[in-house]
Design a binder for this molecule. Structure first.
Ligand code: PLP
Length: 456
């Protein structure tokens, strides 16, 4: 088959995110060409079942024509409107109001960004400004969680706790601190829910005490850690962390970039937990990946603290050309309609037991040590020895072999370096899609198991 000339153009000119560039030059790009529902097609004509919603974002599935139409109409009418100089656009205003309607009651104001990293950066800047203007400028330290992911821009990458995002960047900053992950499968406190929650609360209290509560601004967390390995804390954990933040007089900041928009069942994971954050970051499912957009939602208390600016007549120096982009906002409004009136949230809730059961059934597979999920966010953790939970030798590069075998079996999910397989199927998945997913997944695991050096 003649080689697609795009492969050479890609190798010569396009730098990909979080990919080993040399390895990529040798391997070559797989070009995705079209998508429909839960399925993608590449330029070789291979149809792939997407079990990761792109990068945990295409929650409504591909090819939703009403979203395409909403974008086209807004582009034709007004493709761009700045938010500077007191200008604005109708879709952005309506989207902010709709998000406030749907979000936890504590959140009343919305700042739009281009994605999740800059939403986290924006939150850090607003919080710092909030404490400055409310007379406590020394509250500048931020606590997040090991294995957490909050982005790869210069400040958010320091809140992120994955080593490759720090190496050579002098991160984390001296003002950025971590507490242990509430990782049920590998928690030194054991697997009991109450013990895990108590350990996390104690760790947060100890860290705040160590830094001095007058110096700590906020605690950032994901309700379920995504890129750190789909770590699902016990129910009640999020609320307990929020309560601890209030008691410690620090802001409680929840990153729902992955968990928002029906990914774990309800519109936001905070809802199921009765958690009331002071700030919340959104992206991904906000526009379902049809255009870039993120958001920071904040409480009235935080907003009132920053509303007067840095000084009389001097605004907070923080903004983007594409903040509150009207085309992204029009897409966001239609995507929200699909989640609610369009029935996608309800479908996600209805299908979740099939997903959970399918993952749990795979616990019988010799490679699978743990299966975990909430809603349509889940993972399998592969181990070399189930009794000791020992990990595979990294030299085996098992995750790469699994990703290759999965592609041959026409299914896409995320194979992390420590052999956690992450899944985030779109909310439009049907029973037939799940049956196909688990058949292809089992075949993939069986093939990898058969490789002579993997399992002895
Ligand atoms: N926060 C979380 C929880 C994420 O998972 C991500 C991305 O995966 C981000 C923030 C960063 O978002 P973006 O890649 O849109 O900048």
């Amino acid at each position: 088959m003649p080689t697609n000339p795009l492969v050479a153009l890609d190798r010569d000119h396009l730098i990909h995110p979080v990919v080993n560039y040399r390895a990529h030059e040798q391997r070559g790009v797989t070009i995705l060409e079209s998508g429909h529902g839960a399925y993608l097609r590449d330029t070789q004509g291979t149809e792939l079942l997407d079990a990761f919603s792109g990068l945990w974002c295409v929650n409504v599935g591909y090819g939703q024509q009403s979203v395409v139409q909403a974008a086209a109409e807004q582009m034709a009418k007004l493709p761009y409107a700045t938010g500077y100089f007191h200008y604005g656009s109708e879709p952005a205003i309506r989207l902010a109001a709709r998000l406030v309607e749907l979000a936890p009651a504590s959140l009343r104001h919305v700042y739009f960004t281009l994605g999740g990293s800059d939403a986290n950066d924006s939150a850090i800047r607003f919080i710092t400004h909030y404490y400055n203007s409310t007379g406590r400028p020394q509250k500048k330290h931020f606590i997040s969680i090991e294995r957490g992911y909050h982005g790869s821009s210069s400040q958010s990458a320091g809140l992120t706790a994955l080593a490759v995002f720090h190496q050579n960047f002098d991160l984390p900053l001296p003002s950025q601190h971590k507490i242990p992950s509430p990782y049920p499968y590998r928690n030194p406190a054991g697997s009991d829910a109450d013990a895990i929650i108590r350990a996390s609360v104690a760790a947060l209290r100890a860290k705040v005490q160590e830094l001095g509560r007058d110096n700590v601004a906020a605690f950032f967390c994901e309700p379920i850690q995504g890129s750190g390995g789909v770590i699902v804390p016990p129910k009640g954990w999020l609320k307990a962390m929020g309560d601890a933040c209030r008691e410690l007089d620090i802001l409680f900041v929840v990153d729902e970039v992955i968990t928002g928009f029906g990914r774990t069942g309800p519109m936001f994971a905070c809802e199921a937990e009765g958690a009331e954050p002071d700030l919340m970051m959104l992206a991904k499912g906000l526009t379902a990946g049809y255009a870039p957009m993120g958001a920071v939602l904040m409480s009235d208390r935080v907003y009132q603290g920053i509303a007067d600016g840095v000084a009389p007549g001097v605004p907070v120096g923080h903004g983007y050309t594409y903040s509150a982009h009207p085309v992204s906002a029009a897409i966001g409004l239609e995507v929200l309609r699909l989640y609610t009136e369009g029935g996608l949230l309800a479908n996600g809730i209805a299908q979740a037991p099939l997903f959970e059961q399918g993952l749990r059934d795979l616990l019988e597979h010799p490679l699978v040590g743990d299966a975990r999920s909430r809603g349509l966010l889940g993972a399998l953790e592969l181990v070399a020895d189930k009794s000791t939970k020992a990990r595979f030798d990294p030299a085996l590069k098992l995750h790469e072999r699994i990703a290759d075998a999965a592609y041959r079996n026409q299914v896409i999910f995320r194979a992390f370096g420590d052999n956690v397989l992450g899944f985030a199927p779109a909310l439009c998945y049907t029973q037939a899609d799940f049956e196909l997913l688990f058949a292809r997944l089992k075949k993939t695991l069986d093939e990898v198991l058969d490789q002579p050096d993997v399992y002895r």
